[in-house]
Ligand binder design. Structure first.
Ligand SMILES: NC(=O)c1ccc[n+]([C@@H]2O[C@H](COP(=O)([O-])OP(=O)(O)OC[C@H]3O[C@@H](n4cnc5c(N)ncnc54)[C@H](O)[C@@H]3O)[C@@H](O)[C@H]2O)c1
Length: 253
């Protein structure tokens, strides 16, 4: 799929990896809708890159359904969906104050997994109704998992479970949507320098960056965006979860 002239949605586009993805797609000529819980962050990026901003909780089914026609009208033919919206709560199963509140577990699953599927289903339905472009391709959907899907650390049961769900739905979604000419791929980032990580104490950040074999640093959001563009352009990339992690395999803590 060539991004030039294509309609694209980037969820979580107000910050971090989503913002880099939205910017790269816009620079490649796509018409980008930035969807984020934070209307203000989405608007400020949209103004900078010439996209459109939409405020939405990605896990809200009826709200997404209601907003979708407006998003489609803004971007034209929707060919690209990038799901980046996510949260990374930490908490032990058996904590100091008792068992982990079920609501904390539910919230991670809700935003990261249900939110991803919510936009995936609506985008796939819209893409399936379009005329195909080269080689019968109608669209491409890129979800953001995490290496925590495979090596979740202590305190990451909720986050790892949510990202494991994102990783696991990649293949069955690609198998089903292949019949419509739609590809589904997931990126599993290691540690990237975004507000999500930069919120941690500096000492923790240094020790985390030092645990990456090579290059021994956090990934840059542009490196995530660069892989995203390759996935969009390369029709043979389908049904896989691609690690982007500098050979990092996370330790238990
Ligand atoms: N930064 C990393 O090291 C890293 C590593 C692995 C995976 N990831 C994943 O990459 C994705 C992007 O993370 P980031 O580091 O850019 O984080 P970030 O906090 O910088 O950006 C996340 C964005 O998602 C938005 N968001 C949160 N909940 C939402 C909701 N319910 N509806 C709509 N938007 C919502 C936030 O407002 C924010 O703009 C996440 O899914 C995260 O789990 C990040």
């Amino acid at each position: 799929m060539q991004p030039a002239g294509a309609g694209a949605i980037v969820t979580g586009g107000g910050s971090g990896l989503g913002a880099a993805a939205a910017e790269a797609l816009a620079r490649a000529g796509a018409r980008v809708a930035i969807v984020d819980l934070s209307a203000e962050r989405a608007r400020s990026l949209a103004d900078r890159i010439g996209g459109r901003a939409f405020a939405l909780d990605v896990a809200d089914g009826p709200a997404a359904e209601a907003l979708f026609p407006e998003i489609l009208a803004a971007v034209g033919e929707l060919r690209i969906l990038v799901n980046c919206a996510g949260i990374a709560p930490a908490g032990k199963i058996v904590g100091r104050d008792g068992p982990m509140p079920l609501a904390a577990f539910e919230q991670a699953i809700r935003v990261n997994l249900i939110g991803t599927f919510n936009l995936l289903r609506l985008a796939a339905h819209a893409m399936a109704g379009l005329a195909p472009v080269a080689e019968g391709e109608r669209g491409v959907i890129v979800n953001t998992a995490s290496i925590a899907a495979f090596e979740g650390q202590i305190g990451q049961t909720a986050y790892a479970a949510s990202k494991g769900g994102v990783a696991s739905l990649t293949l069955p979604a690609a198998r089903e949507l292949g019949a419509h000419g739609i590809r589904v791929v997931a990126i599993a980032p290691g540690l990237f320098a975004t507000p999500m990580l930069q919120a941690m104490p500096e000492k923790v950040q240094e020790s985390l960056a030092g645990s990456v074999p090579f290059p021994q640093r956090f990934g840059r959001p542009e490196e995530f965006a660069s892989l995203l563009l390759e996935i969009v352009r390369n029709p043979m990339l389908n049904g896989s979860v691609l690690r982007l992690d500098g050979a990092l395999r996370m330790a238990p803590r």
